[in-house]
Design a protein around this ligand. Sequence first.
Ligand SMILES: Nc1ncnc2c1ncn2[C@@H]1O[C@H](COP(=O)(O)OP(=O)(O)O)[C@@H](O)[C@H]1O
Ligand SMILES: [Mg+2]
Length: 194
Amino acid sequence: MYDAINSKYTYKGTDILKNRLGIKDEELLKEYETRIVAFKIATINSAKLPKGYTPERLKFINKYLFGEVYEFAGEYRSENITKENFRFSEFEYIEENIKRIFSNINIEEMKKMSFTKFVEQISYIMTELNVLHPFREGNGRTIRELVREICFDCDYVINWYEINHDDILRVAKLAVLDETEQKKMLRRSIKRNI
Ligand SMILES: Nc1ncnc2c1ncn2[C@@H]1O[C@H](COP(=O)(O)OP(=O)(O)O)[C@@H](O)[C@H]1O
Ligand SMILES: [Mg+2]
C-alpha cells in the first residue's frame, strides 16, 4: 500500500484512509468500499454527467463513485503517493497535466479512427491518467469508468467485469514502460456496440 502513515488522509499512526463510515479496519473498509462503489458504478448512467471530456468530468466520476466513502472524493490529491516503488506524478503538477491529457482527447476524431488507432488512444489515455494518479483513492475505477463512457460514445462497449482484475492490474503496471499487453487486453475486450 501507500506509505501513508503520516498522511493527512489517514487515521493517525495507520495507513487506513479516513472515511465517512468511520471504519478503522483495513479489510472491513475495503469490503464496504468495494460494495458501495460497485453499486455507484452500476447507477452512474442515471447521473447528470458533465458534457464533453474535461477534467471536470473525471472529477465528477471520482466524486460520484467515492463520495459516500471519502470526503476527499472528486478533489485532486495534495500529497505525493507511491505504490510498490512506483512514484506517481508530483501532486503540484496534476492540474496542468490533466489539462494537457484532456486536450488530447477528441471524441469526434476518435469516432473516425480505425480500431487499432482507437485502442492505442484508449491505452494512451489510461496510462497517462494512471501515471498522473490525480486522486488520493479510486483512480483505477475512475479511469475505467471514463474509458467505458468514451467507448460508449464511440459506439463501442467494454465490460470491465468480464476481464480478470489481476490482468487489468498487471497490464496497467507494465504500461508505465510498455503498453503492448494493455493494448492486447483492450483489443480483446472492446466490442462494437450492436
Ligand atoms: N506499481 C504500480 N505501477 C503503476 N500503476 C499501478 C501500480 N499499482 C497500481 N497501479 C495502478 O493504480 C490503480 C489503483 O489505484 P487506486 O487509486 O487505488 O484505484 P482503485 O482503488 O480504483 O483501484 C490500479 O488499477 C493500477 O492501474
Ligand atoms: Mg485503491
